[in-house]
Every structure is written in C-alpha cells, then in structure tokens.
Design a protein around this ligand. Sequence first.
Ligand code: AMP
Ligand code: ZN
Length: 466
Amino acid sequence: MLRFHNTLSGRVEEFQPMIPGEVGFYYCGPTVWNYGHIGNFRSAVAADIIRRYLKFKGFKVNHVMNITDVDDRIIQQAALANQSLDDYTAKYIDALWEDFDALGCERPEVVPRATRHIPEMVTIIEKLLDKGHAYKSDGSIYYRIASFPSYGKLSRINFEGNIAGASERIDTDKYEKEDARDFALWKEPDSDAEPSWEASIGSGRPGWHIECSAMSMKYLGETFDIHAGGVDLVFPHHENEIAQSEGATDKQFVRYWLHFEHLKVEGETMSKSKGNYYTFRDVAAKGYSGAAVRYFLLSVPYNKQLNFTFDALAGAEKTVASLRDFRARLSEAKTEPGNNEELHEAAERALKEFEAGMDDDLNTSIALAAIHNLSREVNTALARKKVKEENKRELLELLTRFDTVLNVLGDQQTELLDSEVQALIDERQEARRRRDFGRADEIRIELADRGIVLEDTKDGVRWKRK
Ligand code: AMP
Ligand code: ZN
C-alpha cells in the first residue's frame, strides 16, 4: 500500500488517485534565470523518483513541470544583457535539459512555460475579480486574502500581526494593498521598457503564484492528485496557489501535497542568494558523474535534510561503481543450469524490502539497503559459484526493475578507447573555438559520465581515467 506524507493533513496517508490507475502530478519547476544548482536538482530528482515509482506500481502518470520564464530576476538579467525574455531564457532552458539528461531524470509529459499561458492566467484573474477575491489598485491586481477564510490551511502559519517580509519569497509589493498579506496576481509594468502583456484586465505581467494555478489546472483539471515542490514553497507559493485556484473554482485544488527537504551546505539551505551553491556543471567539472550526483541526492529520503559535501559525493561515486561492478560480474558469470532456492528467496526478499521502503512515503534509504544486502549475498554466492542460470536471469531482471526507479546503473557501457576520448576532446576544443559552449559542456559531461576527467592546462587539455 503506497503512502505519502500529505502536508495538507500533516499525516502519512494511503495514496488513492481520483481515477483508478491514473495519476495527475504537478511539480513546481525551475525559474530559468540562471543554471540550476544541485539543491534545485535534489527536488527535480525527488519528483523524478515520484513519477518513476508511480509507474513501477503500474500507474499511468501525467506529470506536469512548469518552467518559470518570466519573473523579476529574468526581467532584470534580460535587460542587462539587452535581450528579449525568450532569447535570454533559451540558454538556460537548453542547459536544464542537458542537466536533466545527465542526472537521469525522465522528461515530464507536459512542460508548460509561463509566458505561453498568459490568457489562462488572465481568465482566472477575471474570475477572482468577479467573485470578490481580487481587487485592482494602482493598475495592479491583488488577491484579497480576507475573502478566503481557509487561507493558511496548508502551512498552518499564524497570521497574527504583519507578516510582510516573513519569508524570503513573500511579495513585498510596493503598491497600495488592503492588507499586507495580499499578494499580486497581475503587476503593472514599472516602465514602458518592462515586458508586459495586453489583456482585458489591463496591461501587465503575471505574479509568480498565478502561473502554477493556471498551468496545473489546464493540464490536470480543477482537482488533481499530487502537487510537489521544495519546502520553501509551502508558504507563500502553495498557500497562494490554493487561495487562487479554490477561490476561482470552489473545488478542492490538490489532494496530496508533497514537500521536499532542502539540500544544505554546512547547515544552511543551498541557494543562489546565499552564494553557497554548486551547479551540476561545477561538480561535473570536478569529475563527478551524473549518476553519482543522482545517487547522492536520492540516497536520503526526500523528507530528510541532506548535507552536501564533496566527500559524500565521492562516496556516492564509489557506491555507484560497486553496484555497476556487481551487475557486470553477474552478467558475465558462467552459470550451470538450474535454480538455487536460497538465491531465489534472496531476490524475492529484496523486491519485498525495496517495495516496502518505497511504499512508505518513498523511503529511498530502505530501498537502497535492500539492493546492497542483495548484492552482498549474491557476490558471496558468485565467489562460491553457487549462482545458477535461473538465478542469474532473475537477478539481472530484478536489478533492471529496481533501476527503472533509481536509474543509477546506466547502460552497460564499454570503456571508451583512448582514440575515442581524444576525438571527443578535439570536438570540444573545436566547439569552444566556435564559442558553442553548450556543446563543449555537453562533451565534458559525457566524458565525466564515462569516467574521464579533463584538465585544461596552458599546454592544452590533459585527461585521465578516474
Ligand atoms: P526555483 O528555480 O528557485 O524556482 O526552484 C526550483 C525548485 O527547486 C523548487 O521546487 C524549489 O523548492 C527547489 N529548491 C530550491 N532550493 C533548493 C534546495 N536547496 N534543496 C532542494 N530543493 C530546492
Ligand atoms: Zn509553482
């Protein structure tokens, strides 16, 4: 029985989708003002584990991940670079997919962009104005929190007193509001130079929260099963999404809310604003593979804090290598016909433990422990030549099945020849000469994935095998 901790009830609950066998799942995706850091990817990997495990359990999954391609930071950076919003964000959207691929995250079924859904946002804002949940002030439009009595039901924050500035991401809008808690749905541009959209509600640009209400309901319906994101989003982002969506439809918006704990660095949340972050590119440049970063990020259950250190990453690299070795040894083992009952039971036990761990609010530590126990037992049996043909087939199939969720074993790749490494390095140099840094990065990441570390020296590029 699959169970999730639902932030809305504050309890672990059995998961039952609205439509048997099908799940609608929305994940608050990245703001593409820059490269994502590996904290962001902890959340992306956690969302990937949700989708993959739901599929493992036989559900058909409709996974939607938005891309926030308009916000204050993007507007500011695009203006500095003298580029349109689309031109500015294109590079970071490409980078996002490269990082997604390197980290073994499957593409969600739908990846809507905020700038492509302005009419849907306007429709909701019109409804909120009609129903008295929103008001205009100085050309902008605000949500009237006093009109939504259950505001606060997700975060259970006590709203006594003035909370403006209580959260890093709270809207401290400068215009006139009826109440300090009210937040912007639609913002009047500060100047003619600022990007804005013409709409029935006036010319402006959307607030951040409205995009997720509009895009989730468009693709998943007014009520859907799962909504997830990092813990920083519980308040105000998700609280505001509930107020907007339920205010507009009078229906329950989301049935299960899942929130991922943050990746920390020395006890502090990894974030761009704190400056204590690494992008995936930073760690790949130090020679860590996508699979190791993924393993590190998923090695601790999503609802537990995880501390980033390079030692931990190096440990993950070794563990992934040992799991890959285990599979290689097993698949190369010469076996006799037959079935060793003890090993058959070990395989069944591992599957049970894996599933029990994942069913229990996606406890990846227990799931991984099941695999490590199995690998110890089978390694011993391999050394004693006790693995039979039937066991080998069953165990290899089981590893493949586990890996549909974990995705750290990779394809069984052969080692790159020296000449192949050199050809890729030459191609990378050529790409850099063309200033095609996207392609150059791609090659470096591919090489890192295959165990090749590059070092740029003044005499050219040196490489070694890890
Ligand atoms: P953003 O690009 O800031 O909109 O964030 C994209 C996703 O990453 C959101 O779901 C955030 O909650 C999540 N996130 C941001 N920082 C961290 C962190 N240090 N650890 C885990 N998730 C994070
Ligand atoms: Zn969102």
